[in-house]
Unconditional design. Sequence first.
Length: 497
Amino acid sequence: MMSEQKPVRVRFAPSPTGHLHLGGARTALYDFLLARQTGGQFILRIEDTDRKRYVAGAEEEICAGLRWLGLEYDEGPDVGGPCGPYRQSERKEIHQEYAQRLVKEGHAYYCFCSPERLSKVREEQQRQKLNPRYDGTCRNLAPSEALRRVNEGEPYTVRFRTPKDGVTRTTDLLRGEIAVDNSSLDDIILVKSDGYAVYHLAATVDDHLMQITHVIRGSEWLSTLPVHALIHRAFGWDEPVWVHLSVFLKPSGKGKMSKREAADLAKDGYSIFIKDFEALGYLPEAVNNWIALMGWSYDDRTEFFSMYDLIEKFNLEKLTPSPAAINFTKLDHFNGLHIRALQPGDLARRIKPYYQREGYVTDDDTLLKIAPIVQEHIVTLDEVVEKAGFFFKDSVVPVAEDLVAKGLTARQSAEIARKAYHLLSQFSEMKADVIEPPMRKLVEELGLTAGQVFGILRVAVTGQKVSPPLFESMEIVGRERVLARIQRAINLLEAMG
RNA sequence: GCCCCCAUGGUCUAGUGGUUAGGACACAGCCCUUUCAAGGCUAUAACAGGAGUUCGAAUCUCCUUGGGGGCACCA
């Protein structure tokens, strides 16, 4: 199936008004996959024509988020490219030029209605249960008069002259033909009175100029799709392939993600913002794998995909149009799978920051030894600190009660610890495969279970009831610390009586 | 209110006229086991409802219901 597809040019076009979230990331992922698969280009374009909504730092966060996910773009505001600028605010004159062309050719007209009048008209229409729509006051102004008013400095906007009747048909890749009566369409504003183009014009012009072949975006654009098609046609341009992705719903599947919902998520250690995933211990490859499968599938059983797999196997044909509820437990599952798929050396490198974040002083040799023994015990990277922090501590402080083995007294537990201490102290090194057989023999001699004996030692050596495998852990902790920790445990048990 | 879109287990989905409706997550039980996991096995669980078309519908059509999106000088 290695395609003979033509190289695509696709763009991810977020507005810098907030955080990069899962929905955006998934759109960008699909863009990226398609571009890489076909040998085309993935472009980042910042849609910042609304200066009022501009959020400082948002663009940087988007770029950083895409890079963290591994979605390197070929052209964009901070990397340049042949179709720049890639920030729409810097393309104001270009947009105006094309708006003029539409006006000259009769596809658009100047409108001098004030926002105040417009909103009053709208309120009145709503009161009368009519559909809110521009009332057409300026639609039939004589071009010469309109031009005169423009030249006199009167504030104006440019509106698209939508056909009054007929039907506009266009095609969405996932849904087939989308047909709408032109009578239900509005004369949308193309250029605002501040001179900046509105999305509908800016995106259309830029997509054409940047030779975008596939427009992949959220389904919130579906209702304006006919207008976008009409604008393309007014310019005489071919339409790109339209791909409208379904939205993500909240985990319950009932309703879309809300601000409140997002806040609740944080309490459970989840987030919908890409900037948070690293700190929460997620791997970018897991996040990609997870969101790739929300709206796309490969076959009836394959679910684990590396980025390499995704690039090879992604296809637009298997996209689904129905909305998907975000399922964070599935993300946890994928994260576990991807952690286990890592080379231990890679895992060692990736867990390091989580230790350092908590103030641990680590060394790479030890990290390299820890990686393979925690690998199949953690689902998020940050867990490594609570599960395997004891490796980097001089000593641990067990809860005395935890040292008492199930079914035994403190006194008996102390006696077992003493015997283990005696046995272990005879070895010059704590090699796991060397000390395990005699330890098991000890268990047998004592007539106890492995769980009872090893449980005491686990708490003694790690300070925790839950830890990575005991003997491997003891090997890393090392002879001196192991013995010191067991001695301390003996003392604690004896103090209990 | 009007317009557009969507509809298979709790969730993500496979399925494009004939299948015992498949897989995954979650959940429950069992096995394995030095803890926690991981792994293995088993179980529970779905075609929203109603009309049609057809010898035969999860698959095609229509209606209803439910959900989502849009109706700005925001994107």
